[in-house]
Write a protein that binds this ligand. Structure first.
Ligand code: ADP
Ligand code: ADP
Length: 222
């Protein structure tokens, strides 16, 4: 579904990717592992069409991202792709329900329908009771579960998760991963999970290791 081949990317004199290739199959969770600074985030950003590689190619459902117009690429990011970051990046002025409904509202879904679907996703992430609270009133782990609900509410085909548990203790991290993997499986979304923690990567179907901007495939985790 998503295929990257021979990606190179240099920031000034700093090589971030030096020949990275990955394949993401529909519905699978792929963990991208590797030490800090190895190029994991840059790889994720290239896969998601946020960063343009200097060379190499990313194809989504057979179409090269570089062949798409800016408008088509951003439509892809809003529709087929969902994002979860290390820090939830919820809008502080909005309630959790409104945060989760936001991607639907931006896509012109009516308020009632958007909030109904937001409530459904909050329930799936086991944070239904937080619907009327604002991000400042909830914990980091709860915030990440709301962020996962927001990433999935549009029913994306690929969720990009960059260290989604990086700011959480291990108990809350496990909880977010359990809920994220279940929710993605239920909705058939593939997940590209960037992490440096083996315990987090253990939730994935497969892992790829990035070292000095190069990828190396490993055997299936399980
Ligand atoms: P990781 O996610 O594995 O920590 P990154 O992809 O963030 O690795 O970074 C890979 C290399 O590219 C690092 O040396 C980093 O400092 C550099 N880098 C990443 N993004 C930028 C940027 N926007 N500007 C300059 N250098 C960057
Ligand atoms: P800059 O103009 O500073 O080089 P970018 O490299 O982010 O900025 O983007 C340059 C152009 O490439 C923009 O039109 C952007 O939309 C597009 N672009 C971004 N990501 C990709 C990608 N993965 N493949 C092809 N084009 C991309």
């Amino acid at each position: 579904m998503l295929v990257a081949a021979g990606l190179h990317k240099t920031y000034g004199a700093t090589p971030a990717l030096a020949g990275a290739s990955v394949t993401v199959a529909a519905g699978e969770m792929l963990a991208v592992m590797g030490p800090s600074g190895s190029g994991k985030s840059t790889l994720l950003h290239c896969l998601a069409g946020i960063v343009r590689p200097d060379s190499g190619e990313v194809r989504y459902r057979g179409r090269s991202l570089s062949e798409l117009s800016d408008a088509e690429r951003s439509a892809l990011r809003r529709g087929a792709f969902g994002f979860v970051f290390q820090f939830g990046q919820l809008v502080p002025e909005l309630t959790c329900r409104e945060n989760v409904a936001l991607p639907l509202r931006l896509d012109r879904t009516g308020r009632r329908e958007a909030e109904r679907r937001a409530d459904e996703w909050l329930a799936r992430l086991e944070v239904a009771e937080l619907a009327d609270k604002r991000p400042g009133e909830i914990s980091g782990g709860q915030g990440q579960r709301v962020a996962v609900a927001r990433a999935l509410v549009t029913e994306p085909r690929v969720v990009f998760a960059d260290e989604p548990t990086g700011a959480l203790d291990s108990l809350n991290g496990e909880r977010v991963m359990r809920l994220l993997s279940r929710a993605a499986r239920d909705s058939g979304a593939a997940v590209v999970l960037v992490t440096h923690e083996a315990r987090v990567a253990a939730y994935a179907d497969r892992e790829v290791v990035v070292r000095d901007g190069r990828t190396r495939d490993l055997e299936p985790v399980r």
